[in-house]
Design a protein around this ligand. Structure first.
Ligand code: SAJ
Length: 414
């Protein structure tokens, strides 16, 4: 089949490569000319485990350009960011991708929407635009097929995870199922488009609420002196309990955003909105811990370990580090940032030695495994005050205390 993939980001590019790797002819489309040029030179615009090899294997069946052309299949994998003022999905990229497609839509074509969208988008936004081609329902097919790939393990999960395919009619379901079975080894579950859109949002909302519960447990244990990490480990020994991990907040372009797509069009949301408030408030909670430690120190300097939204990635979208840094900056703190994975960030990213020099407090925000390897003895003498706040319960507290540091672990009680 000939497949046009619109949107060559964290989901679209691996998807294009996977289809090309099983001998479909793939045309990758993006509005960002720099990405098109990079890809046509064989370079990748971002890190992802295994993508280099997959791109290499698939490259002879792929080409990249800015304009859509006639195809058998069109896959929309464009971003659906949050309009932060209105707490609503910004669907302009989905709308413009669909406008680009209808001009080339032919009888028998299949359109797939992979982007995460509010329930009803396929039926109410995409169908009317596709009909501008002059084709009627049934002349073309449409399905919503959200991805479930965990950034950092995207390719493996795109192949092995079960997937939901939500279609506007039976023919669309058959066409989409046969298309994805060309590389998906997981089960394919068929439903209607609106249910599929809703299911995707439920998955990430479920995770956001459970992270909020862990964060609330961490705040309660601080008061009663229990170590939340020990308590969670013991509670999870229950065969049907799986409490997630507290942290400095929830980042990424999914968990931090998708719940709002569920609440934007209802007056019935309570827990979903409250969970967002708890998770967004963790930056403030962590900053208050730091402020108590540094109390009235003049001109405090702090070191933020981690700009990425989670361990092992270079992605800083919605990272909790940013809000924490803004709060500290507004109180006159000087901030120095170190992250072994992030190259470009709103703040200069320094090497570790430079980031800790003359600092009064290290705050570990991102759970990059590299931070476990930091030798406290090597940085002790370069710091002005020897404080560490570990928001991920990652550091060896004894080792840091032996080196002379005062260590505060989020939720550890004392
Ligand atoms: N986090 C915690 N505590 C936890 C787990 C995560 O504080 O116990 C934080 C992380 O540090 C990070 C944020 O939450 O800042 C989100 O991290 P994540 O690993 O939960 O989520 P993503 O955005 O990398 O991937 C999620 C996954 N969805 C689910 O696990 C239900 C992935 O499967 C989805 O495909 C992805 O969102 C997406 O693209 O929707």
């Amino acid at each position: 089949m000939k497949i046009c993939v619109l949107g060559l980001g964290y989901i679209g590019l691996p998807t294009a490569c996977l289809f090309a790797s099983v001998d479909h002819e793939v045309v990758g489309i993006d509005i960002n000319q720099e990405i098109i040029e990079k890809l046509n030179q064989g370079k990748l615009p971002f890190e992802e485990k295994g993508l280099e090899e997959l791109f290499e294997k698939a490259s002879q069946n792929m080409r990249f350009k800015a304009e859509v052309e006639e195809s058998d299949v069109f896959i929309i994998a464009v971003p659906t960011p949050l309009d932060k003022e209105m707490k609503m999905a910004e669907l302009k990229h989905v709308r413009s991708a669909t406008e680009m497609i209808y001009l080339h839509l032919r009888r028998g074509n299949l359109v797939i929407l992979e982007s995460t969208v509010p329930p009803g988008t396929s039926d109410k936004l995409l169908v009317p635009i596709l009909k501008k081609s002059g084709l009627k329902m049934g002349d073309f097919s449409l399905a919503h097929c959200p991805e479930r790939a965990m950034p950092g393990n995207t390719i493996y999960e795109m192949v092995h995870n079960d997937r939901i395919i939500g279609s506007i009619d039976k023919k669309s379901a058959e066409l989409a199922e046969s298309l994805y079975s060309s590389f998906v080894k997981g089960n394919l579950y068929l439903t209607d488009a609106m249910t599929s859109e809703f299911v995707k949002l439920m998955e990430n909302t479920f995770r956001d609420i459970n992270i909020a519960l862990a964060n609330e447990f961490a705040q309660i244990t601080e008061e009663c002196g229990v170590n939340v990490w020990d308590a969670i480990e013991l509670a999870n020994k229950h065969p049907r309990v799986n409490i997630l991990k507290p942290g400095p907040g929830v980042g990424g372009h999914c968990i931090a955003i998708d719940p709002w797509f569920l609440t934007e069009n209802t007056t019935r949301s309570r827990i979903v909105s409250l969970a967002r408030e708890i998770n967004e408030g963790m930056s403030n909670y962590v900053f208050q811990i730091v402020r108590r430690i540094l109390n009235d120190l003049a001109d405090p300097v702090i070191t933020v370990l981690g700009a990425a939204y989670k361990e092992g990635v270079s992605d800083t979208r919605e990272t909790p580090a940013l809000k924490f840094i803004r709060l500290a900056e507004n109180e006159g703190y000087k901030i120095k940032v170190h992250d072994p994975h992030v190259k470009d960030f709103w703040y200069e990213v320094l090497e570790l030695k430079e980031a800790v020099r003359d600092s009064d407090c290290i705050i570990l925000i991102t759970d990059h495994p590299e931070f476990k390897e930091i030798n406290p003895k090597e940085i002790y003498s370069t710091m002005r005050n020897k404080n560490v706040v570990d928001t991920r319960n990652m550091l060896d507290v004894e080792r840091w205390e032996e080196a002379g540091f005062k260590v505060k672990v989020l939720g550890a009680g004392k």
